[in-house]
Structures are given as structure tokens and as C-alpha cells.
Design a protein around this ligand. Structure first.
Ligand SMILES: [Zn+2]
Length: 239
């Protein structure tokens, strides 16, 4: 692209005009504000639930339902950066309620296959944003390991039991960030890995929490649903 003396822009051959950026709501995708008033009013706060095993304190921002679910799905599959910009300030505010101030922030990495498919790891984007907001260092302390083959267990069980290994210098007080808390199995696995490498107190914040009647929650409670129903829920919530 160059500008002629007359002020006319001349595009080089093959130049494709970029799409004009049209802001749209991160939940309903209607043009307008980054989070429209109607969606903001519909977002349900997450229930306050006990932290998962091995985690000292845990809070989630939104119920993974209705517009909250739309927002998370858009984060994972469509407009990651816009969603991150909207949710990072309130996520960072949540951390202010924790009983400790973390030394370091990390995230529960998604599987390599999902990261390749999406081109990014949504939990990492959230962690980076919260770290910048709070001026706390963000470190890739966790490595996701392939699921162990579990003879006799179904796909649902394997999805719910991710395995992690901690790496690098793990400080005593760590905040783990994830996108969706379902059973808490991911956060517990992350806490176990960090604890094995020296973390003393682990707190966690997630963008959303599946409501108690979510198919994935029912499966956690041992109630088997039709496989199609279960996997539909898991596909959105688990990883
Ligand atoms: Zn909206």
C-alpha cells in the first residue's frame, strides 16, 4: 500500500482489503457493544461451591448456562480476544476475594490437539489477561500429559481425569486459571501436580462453572445419561 502525491491510496496487486472491524456482543454476537446490556443482564453468577480437592479456595465468575454458555463457546470457538477483554477485569476482581495473594499465575492447559485445532489455549489467554491486570507474573507451570489408558472406563471418565506435570520453579502460592469448572477434576489434577513440585497453597479461578443439573455434572454424580447427551455437554465444558 502506498500513497500517491494526490493522496490516493494505491493497493499492491493481490492486496485484500481487511474486513472493517465491527464490534459485536461477545455473547449474542449482535453488532454494538462488546457485551450488550441485554446479555449482561442475563448472565448468571456462578454458584459458590466448595473448592475441588487439593485447592484451598476456588471461585467462578459465571454459570455455564444461557448467555454465560454462549460467551464461553464464543471464547473457545470464535472470538477469543474480544471475550478475554470483557471477562478479565471481573475475573481479576474475583482474585481479590481469595485468602492469599498468589506469587504466580498459571493455567490448566488444554490438550495439544485442541490447542492445534483452535490455534490458541483459552485458559492461557485468560491467565495472561488476569496476570497483566493484577501485575502478577504468569508462568507455564503445567504440562498436560496424555490421558492414561484406563481399562474399563468410558470416554467420559477419561475426559474428566486430565493428567498434568508441573515444571520450572514452582512458588509456594499459585493461582490456577481455567475456563470452565465442571466436576473440579481438572483443577484437582493441576493442584496435585503443583503440590508435588513444591506449591503450598493453590487457589483457582474459572470463567464459568457448570450448573449442578448440567449433563457433565450428572455424569460426575454417577448418573449415566444417553451417550449423545453426555458428549454434547462434555464437548463444551470439559478440557
Ligand atoms: Zn448480547
Amino acid at each position: 500500500m502506498r500513497i500517491l502525491a494526490s493522496g490516493v491510496l494505491v493497493a499492491p496487486p493481490g492486496y485484500v482489503r481487511p474486513m472493517l472491524f465491527a464490534p459485536a456482543c461477545v455473547a449474542c454476537r449482535q453488532p454494538g457493544r462488546a457485551l450488550c446490556e441485554a446479555c449482561a443482564a442475563e448472565l448468571e453468577p456462578a454458584l459458590v461451591l466448595p473448592p475441588p480437592a487439593g485447592v484451598e479456595w476456588c471461585a467462578s465468575l459465571l454459570a455455564y448456562d444461557g448467555r454465560g454458555r454462549d460467551l464461553v463457546v464464543n471464547l473457545k470457538y470464535r472470538n477469543a480476544r474480544e471475550v478475554v477483554g470483557v471477562v478479565v477485569p471481573p475475573l481479576a476482581d474475583l482474585v481479590g476475594f481469595a485468602p492469599i495473594a498468589p506469587d504466580t499465575i498459571t493455567w490448566a492447559p488444554t490438550t495439544a490437539a485442541r490447542r492445534r485445532r483452535r490455534g490458541f489455549d483459552q485458559a492461557r489467554l485468560l491467565a495472561a489477561g488476569v496476570g497483566r491486570h493484577l501485575a502478577v507474573p504468569v508462568e507455564p507451570l503445567l504440562e498436560r500429559l496424555p490421558s492414561a489408558p484406563q481399562t474399563g472406563s468410558g470416554l467420559a471418565d477419561r475426559l474428566d481425569r486430565p493428567r498434568f506435570r508441573a515444571r520450572g520453579r514452582v512458588p509456594p502460592d499459585v493461582l490456577v486459571i481455567d475456563d470452565v469448572r465442571t466436576s473440579g477434576g481438572t483443577l484437582s489434577a493441576a493442584a496435585a501436580a503443583l503440590g508435588a513440585r513444591g506449591a503450598k497453597r493453590i487457589i483457582a479461578v474459572t470463567l464459568a462453572h457448570t450448573p449442578l443439573n448440567h449433563p457433565a455434572q450428572n455424569a460426575d454424580n454417577g448418573k449415566r445419561l444417553a451417550p449423545g447427551v453426555y458428549h454434547k455437554g462434555m464437548d463444551d465444558a470439559a478440557d
